[in-house]
Design a protein around this ligand. Structure first.
Ligand code: HEC
Ligand code: HEC
Length: 322
């Protein structure tokens, strides 16, 4: 936060200096009137550009601090079944971004995957070595559902991804699992998102991806079973669509990279082959899947969950190929 105001202060000083020089040039009575005018015009243009930058940075600062969502009043139950369900979600999903050296120890700079360098967005250490012990259960719930941290700051990557779609019950289970973890890893940066000047300008100009809207209602989930209905639920909170396209029929150029292929291709696989693909990283055709595809994390889901996704994927409409 501090450094953001330093950017703003520097920009304001530059704008003031430029404006002052322009006025001096314009009003002084020297011998080279024409050159003075040209200089004054150039200076004014630069001053105007710098003032625009000040406005964009200010808009960005407002955006970073104005995401609002209620903190639910809750105390999660630490029963073994909830903790176990929380472990499944953490291993098969959250870990994809929050695990680098050990389970949920964070430290992955997700902004590195973006096509332009806009700063760093480091996934947090969710074990007690991070900041969560001082957060209430309700504040952690709000961070997962609505991407706001305990200080009211917008959690950018969380708001672009789909963890918000987890049911209330599943979010409570994840919190129970997080609370049951031993401390591990190193503390991660706070705040987690640090935009550079370009990132602030992009954000102010509305050029970054849109955050998902906040939601204050209740989300329920079907009971866990190897059905297409449950598969649909899993794929609502997993991020498959970010890479494989809204219809899961393949990403499109211009989207956030990497572009995933058409997933209706699994219609020609058996459920066993589908499961084996995620467990081994090699598809039935012998193709070795690259690490940009989070197959290791997805492969940590159990057979029921993987079969449920298979059931769902084999029922989505295929697209006609031109
Ligand atoms: C697509 C990557 C991604 C996924 C998936 C993801 N996170 Fe995050 N998470 C991040 C990043 C990056 C941050 C840092 C703030 C930001 O940019 O959102 C973060 C921040 C958080 C925070 C705020 C902690 C703090 O220190 O401010 C919590 C809590 C959290 N994540 C929990 C979870 C849980 C629980 C899951 C799984 C249900 C999950 N996240 C899934 C990337 C991810
Ligand atoms: C970060 C982007 C990303 C996410 C998230 C993602 N994928 Fe992928 N996926 C890819 C890319 C890229 C490939 C191609 C990898 C290759 O061929 O080396 C791929 C490949 C695959 C393949 C193998 C296709 C083949 O040719 O054998 C399957 C199946 C698949 N993804 C399913 C999923 C499912 C299901 C999810 C969500 C649970 C998911 N992916 C999430 C990017 C992603």
């Amino acid at each position: 936060m501090m450094s953001y105001f330093v950017y703003l202060a520097i920009l304001i000083v530059i704008a003031t200096l430029l404006a002052w020089c322009s006025i001096r040039l314009w009003s002084s009575r020297g011998e080279h009137r024409f050159l003075q005018w040209v200089g004054a015009a150039l200076g004014s243009l630069l001053a105007l550009a710098t003032i625009t930058a000040c406005v964009l940075v200010t808009i960005a600062l407002v955006k970073l601090n104005s995401r609002r969502a209620p903190v639910p009043n809750l105390l999660v139950s630490m029963d073994p079944a909830s903790i176990e369900r929380g472990r499944e979600i953490a291993d098969g999903f959250c870990g994809g971004c929050h695990t680098r050296t050990g389970s949920l120890t964070g430290g992955v700079d997700i902004a590195k995957a973006l096509p332009v360098a806009i700063g760093s967005m480091v996934s947090s250490n969710l074990t007690p070595r991070g900041v969560l012990p001082s957060w209430s259960d309700g504040e952690i719930f709000r961070a997962i559902r609505n991407s706001v941290d305990n200080q009211g700051r917008w959690l950018m990557i969380m708001s672009f991804a789909n963890a918000s779609q987890l049911s209330d019950r599943d979010i409570r289970s994840v919190i129970a699992y997080i609370r049951a973890r031993p401390p591990a890893g190193e503390p991660t940066p706070q705040p987690s998102d640090r935009l550079n000047l370009r990132g602030l300008l992009f954000l102010g100009a509305g050029l970054l991806p849109q955050a998902k809207p906040t939601f204050a209602g209740v989300i329920s989930s079907p009971d866990k079973e190897a059905s297409a209905r449950y598969g649909q639920y899993i794929m609502s909170y997993q991020d498959c669509r970010i890479c494989h396209g809204q219809a899961l029929t393949g990403g499109t150029p211009g989207q956030m990279p990497p572009i995933g292929p058409d997933l209706t291709l699994v219609k020609s696989w058996t459920a066993q082959q589908f499961i084996a693909t995620f467990r081994t990283g090699t598809d039935p055709g012998g193709h070795q899947i690259r690490e940009v595809m989070p197959w290791r994390t997805i492969g940590k889901m159990d057979d029921i969950e993987l079969t449920a996704m298979y059931e769902y994927l084999t029922r989505i409409p295929s697209v006609a190929r031109r």
